[in-house]
Design a protein around this ligand. Sequence first.
Ligand code: FES
Ligand code: FES
Length: 154
Amino acid sequence: MIELTVNGIKRSVDVVPEMPLLWVLRDELDITSPKYGCGVAQCGACTVHIDGKAVRSCQAHIGEVAGKSVVTLEGLDNKEQNPVLQAWIEHQVPQCGYCQTGQIMQTISLLARISKPTDEQINQVMSGNLCRCGTYPRIRAAIHAAASKKMAEK
Ligand code: FES
Ligand code: FES
């Protein structure tokens, strides 16, 4: 058994240590917000937080995640008040939506490190999160809006 904490709850999974975290979340724990896009850390659709850091769950073996804390979109605190989720709604960011969980989890981690990112910083951090629908301008606008909201709350 491999033990880890997912969205604040201790979980045990009986799988091989080489299994990717993304497989464990979706197939073993029924947590479906992280998506399979490429499987090789090139698209960001599977992004979750491990111990507070944005990680591509398709490339994190569950054996390496043992004992750590994983947070997915489902586990975000206080969703209605979350400035990133509010900005996403206000700017109507998603089109098909497939990439958006990864975009949001990457954005939360970006804003935790850089409270008021520039366009260049946004482009640099978000460049690994691909969107086939091309929502990049709205993602950037929503990140600026979320940063302003966070600053206003302080
Ligand atoms: S599915 Fe993990 S980065 Fe594409
Ligand atoms: S919203 Fe469709 S892939 Fe990004």
